[in-house]
Write a protein that binds this ligand. Structure first.
Ligand code: PEP
Ligand code: MG
Length: 575
């Protein structure tokens, strides 16, 4: 019996599947390097033009299939590929070179596509680099069609696909064969194959380096999309564990689907609004599946990431209106750009301390033109009166005053143009910088709501970089200073009669629910995958008891003691 081997990669789509591997080895399409005779050129051009038309037809078909399966947004992936083939300037360039240089169409086309690929590779931008896979896909498709080869995908149904690299087209076509998971040597979290598998809710692990060399056709494997693992020839014990996990997941999902339509309130009827954090477009479908919950944090950075620059006002209006419509009648809190820090910056120079650098509201107050466009787009999208605006990285009262002044100028401009918007739109801020916590009372007088960004608040309060794995043990959400800060911020909000939510990852930790509810937080905005679980826990909490529990743990000075108390409470009362 062969022994069990584990391979680790980047988890990009959660879930577990057990099954046989289907090794997808894409043949590399060789290029004909020979020169052509004058009388061969006509035929070559004909073949080339036929291959382009056929490729367009295939891509159009895949695009409508994608649209049908996972929505219009995701089908746009193929527009970029189609655009290349429809680009007359580009195609004429290839045709002219075939004429002039008397080389084969595959040779010239390959060279021209490589130029585009190299330009993308040299960009100092991960997203653009990942688009090289799309370029390769177009190249291979056209070369294959020139050779009149058929794409034979004989994937066995219910298998787990292992490949060096997958294009979104592969991912979509394979899903027709009920594929149970994807693992690839290459790719990152923003690769389209990752995005497509998340949208299809199929586990996927990418960046596995040489998984396609380590797995053989029909090997028995487990894919663990939670932990980014492929386990080859699992031992009986591992298999048993995973089968148990699968069964637990199934039971869990069933219980959770029951909870979805129940109110989010404690045993003693204290309402705790549960909303979702949305970062990627494809997560929007989640809102619909949960019975249209609200969105407590809509991160707008992805628009910047997609466009590689600030998106146009039109593009933003389209996006924000869509999100407002999908969420209606619930509320969506749109956070203005929080770029910088660990997210992309609109300039290439690196900062020594990006987390203490040009980030969030600081960029917006410096680039008023960009900020105004975003505010205008949010206002124009607010006609259904279910949109709120939130400013990130606030560290002083003056920043709020400046941001509100700019917002008023944008409102006046819209009034002058007679453009409709929600005149009473609520404005809030993230409390995620220690100075804002000290100024909470003054800040509360200026806004309609606070949302505590624990991800940053913890890192700034404890001086622990949120992304540094060497000190991850020091990044503690139950550190007494963190709990006391959350308490004072919440008290300041309640004292000033404004709403208070938590939208950092702490809100998504089932262990932390008892604490946040007990401290009096009105709303928890959580990552979509834990939404039902957190609701389940809220419904098991007794608010009066939770308040007493919080008073007790706030007197403790050791994180270990606080954690132990919380874990015990969780095990005995909330499981
Ligand atoms: C936070 O800091 O807690 C937060 C929600 O914002 P981000 O993670 O986007 O910085
Ligand atoms: Mg933050």
């Amino acid at each position: 019996m062969p022994s069990e081997t584990k391979y680790k990669g980047i988890p990009v789509s959660p879930g577990i599947s057990i099954g046989k591997a289907y090794l997808y080895l894409r043949s590399s399409f060789e290029v004909d390097t020979e020169f052509l005779n004058e009388n061969e050129i006509g035929k070559e051009l004909e073949d080339f033009s036929r291959a382009i038309e056929l490729s367009k037809k295939e891509l159009n078909k895949i695009r409508s299939l994608t649209h049908e399966m996972i929505g219009k947004k995701n089908s746009l992936i193929f527009d970029a590929q189609l655009e290349i083939l429809a680009d007359k300037f580009f195609i004429t360039g290839v045709v002219n070179r075939i004429h002039n240089e008397k080389r084969t169409a595959s040779f010239i086309f390959d060279e021209e596509m490589s130029k585009i690929g190299n330009a993308l590779l040299s960009a100092n931008d991960e997203y653009l680099k990942e688009r090289v896979a799309d370029i390769k896909d177009v190249r291979n498709r056209v070369l294959r069609n020139m050779k009149k080869e058929k794409l034979v995908s004989k994937v066995a149904e219910y298998s787990i696909v292992i490949a060096h690299e997958l294009t979104p087209a592969d991912t979509i076509l394979f899903s027709k064969r009920k594929v149970q998971g994807y693992a690839t040597d290459k790719g990152g979290t923003t690769s389209h194959a990752a995005i497509v598998s998340r949208a299809l809710r199929v586990p996927a692990v990418v960046g596995m380096k040489d998984i396609s060399k380590n797995i053989l056709q029909d090997d028995m494997i487990i894919i663990d999309g939670f932990n980014g693992l492929i386990i080859k020839n699992p031992a009986e014990k591992t298999l048993k564990n995973y089968k148990k996990k699968l069964e637990e997941l199934r039971v869990f999902e069933n219980t959770l689907s029951e909870v979805i339509n129940l109110p989010s309130e404690t045993l003693d009827n204290k309402k705790v609004e549960l909303t979702a954090n949305i970062e990627f477009d494809e997560e929007i479908s989640f809102i619909v599946n949960t019975g249209h919950c609200g969105i407590g944090l809509y991160r707008t950075e992805h628009l910047f990431l997609e466009a590689g620059d600030f998106p146009s006002e039109e593009r933003q209006i389209e996006e924000y209106t869509h999100i407002s419509n999908v969420t209606y009648p619930n509320t969506v809190t749109i956070r203005t750009y929080d770029i910088g820090g660990d997210k992309l910056l609109p300039r290439s120079e690196k900062e020594d301390n990006p987390f203490l650098g040009w980030r969030g509201i600081r960029i917006c107050l410096d680039r008023v033109d960009i900020f105004k466009e975003q505010l205008s787009a949010i206002l124009i999208s607010s006609v259904k009166k279910n949109v709120r605006i939130m400013f990130p990285m606030i560290s002083s009262v003056s920043e709020v005053l400046k941001a509100k002044k700019i917002l008023n100028e944008v409102k006046n401009d819209l009034d002058k143009k007679g453009i409709n918007y929600d005149k009473k739109i609520e404005v809030g801020i993230m409390i995620e910088v220690p100075s804002a916590y000290f100024l909470a009372d003054e800040l509360a007088k200026e806004v309609d709501f606070f949302s505590i960004g624990t991800n940053d608040l913890i890192q700034y309060l404890l001086a622990v970089d949120r992304g540094n794995e060497y000190i991850s043990g020091l990044y503690q959400e139950f550190h007494p200073a963190v709990l006391r800060a959350v308490k004072s911020i919440t008290d300041a909000a309640l004292r000033n009669n404004i709403k208070i939510s938590v939208c950092g990852e702490m809100a998504s930790d089932p262990l932390a629910t008892i604490v946040l509810v007990g401290l009096g937080v009105d709303e928890l905005s959580v990552v979509p995958s834990v939404f039902p679980n957190i609701k389940h826990i809220i419904r098991k909490i007794n608010y009066k008891e939770a308040k007493i529990f919080c008073d007790e743990i706030l007197t403790l000075s050791l994180e270990e003691d606080i954690r132990t108390r919380i874990e015990n409470y969780f095990k005995t009362k909330l499981l």
